[in-house]
Design a protein around this ligand. Structure first.
Ligand SMILES: [Zn+2]
Length: 102
């Protein structure tokens, strides 16, 4: 079972969390000015990388807080967890720790 480190509660089982999609997606400044295609792209198109990905999660069966996670989609390793509003984690964050197997 995947343990997700909630920044507020500490490591908890994956079953306590809900996935919230890709993190750090800025909203359009003026949505009314977008074409239908651009609006649809904002609503539905998401990155689906093989490797490191910044994700939004919510601790629904715990503190209820939203937070962001840097996760490797190949290994499922969680490399960082940080509050919403904090700067995005660099995609190479924690690489040394992951390579050591920690
Ligand atoms: Zn929590």
């Amino acid at each position: 079972m995947l343990l997700i480190p909630c920044p507020y509660c500490g490591p908890r089982p994956e079953l306590e969390f809900a996935y919230g999609g890709e993190a750090h997606r800025p909203r359009p400044a003026d949505p009314a000015a977008l074409s239908d295609e651009a609006w649809a792209a904002f609503l539905y198109e998401r990155a689906n990388p093989k490797g490191r990905h910044r994700e939004r999660w919510r601790h629904v069966h715990g503190c209820g807080q939203f937070f962001n996670v840097l996760r490797d989609t190949v290994t499922d390793a969680i490399l960082a967890a940080y509050p919403v509003g904090a700067p995005p984690q660099e995609l190479n964050a924690g690489r040394e720790r992951q390579e050591r197997g920690a």
